[in-house]
Ligand binder design. Structure first.
Ligand SMILES: Cc1ncc(COP(=O)(O)O)c(C=O)c1O
Length: 360
């Protein structure tokens, strides 16, 4: 089966060897196991974890910890996967049949529109403004919330409009909530779409809000019937997840409030550094309010991939161009907000010097 390039992944891999200042990352200062245990004041007790297949769909302890992130989820509503990317793949593979109409609100993470297309769906990319018209006869509406690449949450009004549109069309919603838990102000957790509309499939991940991308652990939350169908597919590509990952994720999720508090502080501190950068360089941004990334609007004649390529080659600073998100809005690049603040400051200082002197 031929599949389109995952442009974001290709972009990062192309430049990772010449990158000295990677300010493109989506993770918030990842924990080592030692740091996580110290931070939680508790051990994951990995020495006693039996390294058999263990609980194939995730241990009951892990599922209980995941249930706590939702108002209405029970163990039967959850299956544990190989990362958020595995959750998206399994859910979409299970849901989509040849010829289904699938509408994706863009810009967003490419996986959620390229996979439906690969599985034979008729995929319509749309903007929230045109969703009502484009969603007519859709079987599935796909979203990423909080959004990658914009780092913004849908407003309450947008959420209710989307649900109304889905309901009117009898459509399911598929919402990638990998960045949920990282609202920058107020309660870090917005309500999950799972708790708002009965025909919803959501995916989650340990990678972003919980700083544990190295675990490769994610999950799907949906109605029990759909989870059973997913598990039939899952037998063919996952079997079970790592027992070690399960134990570490359980420890982290038991302490999720403390972890997201740490992470929101890191994100807000780095946002101040980005604001200073924007003032110096007189660029604007889509002000982020959730998640680990943001999009900056630059001034140059160059399109975003030429602009970012020139920057990484000449300065070693890695950015992500809007082109990899098939964005209608050009002249944007994405940066992360979760890295070590010294790296962020150094990378942005290099950019200021370079942009003011060398690039036009
Ligand atoms: C929106 C979104 N979903 C899913 C993923 C996959 O993350 P992981 O497989 O590490 O959970 C990413 C990674 O960047 C992402 O941005």
């Amino acid at each position: 089966m031929l599949i389109e390039d995952f442009k974001l992944e290709k972009w990062i891999r192309k430049y990772e060897n010449i990158t000295k200042y990677d300010i493109s990352q989506t993770c918030v200062q990842p924990f080592s196991l030692k740091e996580l245990e110290e931070f939680c004041g508790e051990e994951a007790d990995l020495k006693t974890v039996k390294l058999g297949y263990g609980s194939v769909f995730g241990t009951e302890n892990l599922k209980a910890a995941i249930c706590n992130l939702y108002e209405n989820a029970n163990h039967e509503n959850i299956t544990v996967t190989l990362g958020g990317i595995g959750a998206n793949q399994l859910a979409l593979r299970t849901f989509i049949n040849n010829g289904d109409k699938v509408v994706c609100v863009v810009p967003c993470y490419q996986q959620i529109y390229t996979l439906p297309n690969t599985y034979g769906a008729e995929v319509v990319l749309t903007d929230i403004e045109y969703l009502e018209k484009d969603a007519i006869d859709a079987k599935l509406i796909c979203l990423v919330n909080p959004n990658n690449p914009t780092g913004t949450n849908l407003s309450e009004l947008e959420v209710s409009r989307i649900i109304e549109i889905a309901r009117k069309n009898g459509a399911y919603l598929f919402v990638d909530e990998a960045y949920r838990g990282l609202n920058h102000d107020g309660n870090p957790y917005s309500k999950s779409f799972f708790d708002l509309y009965e025909k919803t499939i959501v995916t989650g991940s340990m990678s972003k809000a919980y700083s544990l991308a190295g675990l490769r652990l994610g999950w799907i939350v949906a109605n029990e019937k759909f989870i059973n169908e997913v598990n039939t597919n899952r037998d063919y590509n996952t079997l079970s997840i790592s027992a070690i990952d399960d134990a570490v994720a359980t420890l982290a999720l038991k302490n999720h409030e403390k972890i997201v508090k740490r992470n929101v502080k890191i994100l807000n501190d780095n946002k101040k550094i980005v604001k200073e950068f924007l003032n110096k360089i007189r660029y604007s941004w889509i002000e982020p309010n959730a998640g680990t990334i943001c999009c900056i609007n630059y001034n140059s004649k160059l399109n975003s991939s030429d602009f970012c390529e020139k920057i990484v080659k000449d300065t070693g600073v890695l950015l992500v161009p809007a082109t990899v998100f098939d964005c209608a809005k050009e002249h944007f690049f994405r940066i992360g907000l979760g890295m070590d603040s010294t790296l962020m400051q150094t990378g942005l200082n290099k950019l200021v010097d370079y942009i003011l002197n060398d690039i036009s």
